[in-house]
Design a binder for this molecule. Structure first.
Ligand code: DAK
Length: 261
């Protein structure tokens, strides 16, 4: 891999997009490598994933404008599909994904962060969808995911004006869950990932599915999705162990790690 660093740290793993000289902009090669890296995540042992960018300046400064500038209509569609497919793969990955946004998250970078379950950022982070200033629309799901995350009014304002927002504003509108000094960002993401990884993995996965799938349908259908995934937990060893541990009044007993089965 030239542009992706993948590191598994116990029960969680970190994907670092590493094309620092172009502020980690996404060209076809980066997207291809990201795709292969996601496919290779060992879902038996990795219970949470972190996505971040290399360096202290940028998460991802968007799709590669140089590469895009010469695309034909057909090539543009193929490029858009590649990005959409990779981002959707991340969004529907069974395990939770945390975006640790360590600087610029513009265009495709903002869209990449929005395909993750949770976003936290450094205090120098900048978010924006600058596409209309380049003569295009957001093409990696920005019109859809931003409106779902921050509401249509705020999403429309950000997209129509192409105005970038800083970390504090991203926090205020609910685009990110927390803001940290740069050097504390990755440790905070890792602490969160380790905390998630400690919980019953099948239950966590079912929560992700219930929330994601439920948001696409009406409340009656959504509650049925939840019921089925709730019921599914009762076929797991982890549910039996988790509840038995709670009911066991022996305070000396130490909780064992969940077995993922
Ligand atoms: N693409 C390519 N190179 C980029 C880049 C980008 N998005 N962003 C930065 N770079 C490169 C710069 O060209 C520069 O390269 P050198 O000149 O050193 O070779 C290097 O990174 C450092 O950048 P700057 O010198 O500009 O650094 P500054 O600190 O002065 O400025 C900046 C940082 C982030 C404010 C600035 O670089 C900037 O405005 N970058 C562009 C941000 C942007 O507009 N991003 C959105 C791209 S549009 C589609 C699907 C998706 C998309 C499109 C179509 N289809 C469905 C077909 C997505 C579109 C986008 O993401």
């Amino acid at each position: 891999m030239e542009f992706i660093v993948y590191e598994q740290k116990g029960a969680y793993a970190v994907i670092t997009i590493s094309r620092e000289k172009a502020l980690n902009a996404l060209n076809s090669a980066v997207l291809e490598e990201l795709d292969k890296t996601i496919d290779a995540v060992d879902l038996q042992t990795v219970r949470c994933l972190i996505v971040t960018g290399a360096g202290a300046k940028s998460f991802v400064a968007g799709a590669d404008i140089g590469e895009m500038s010469t695309l034909s209509k057909a090539e543009g569609e193929a490029f858009g599909k590649k990005g959409n497919d990779v981002f959707r793969k991340l969004e529907t990955l069974p395990i939770p994904v945390i975006a640790a946004v360590n600087g610029f998250a513009l265009g495709g970078g903002c869209e990449l962060s929005m395909s993750c379950d949770i976003r936290i950022c450094s205090d120098n982070a900048v978010f924006g969808q600058p596409e209309v200033g380049l003569g295009i629309t957001p093409g990696f799901g920005g019109t859809q995911r931003l409106a779902r995350l921050v509401g249509p009014g705020m999403a429309k304002q950000m997209i129509y004006t192409a105005r970038n927002i800083k970390a504090d504003e991203a926090y205020r509108i609910g685009l990110v869950n927390g803001v940290y000094p740069q050097e504390e960002l990755l440790p905070a993401a890792e602490k969160m990932a380790a905390g998630i990884a400690k919980n019953a993995p099948i239950a966590v996965r079912n929560c992700k599915r219930a929330i994601n799938n439920g948001l696409d349908v009406d409340m009656d259908e959504a509650l049925i999705i939840e019921e089925k995934l709730f019921g599914n937990c009762f076929e797991t060893e982890d549910q039996k162990y988790g509840m038995a541990f709670f009911l066991d009044k022996n305070k000396e007993k130490v909780k064992e790690p969940f077995k993922n089965c």
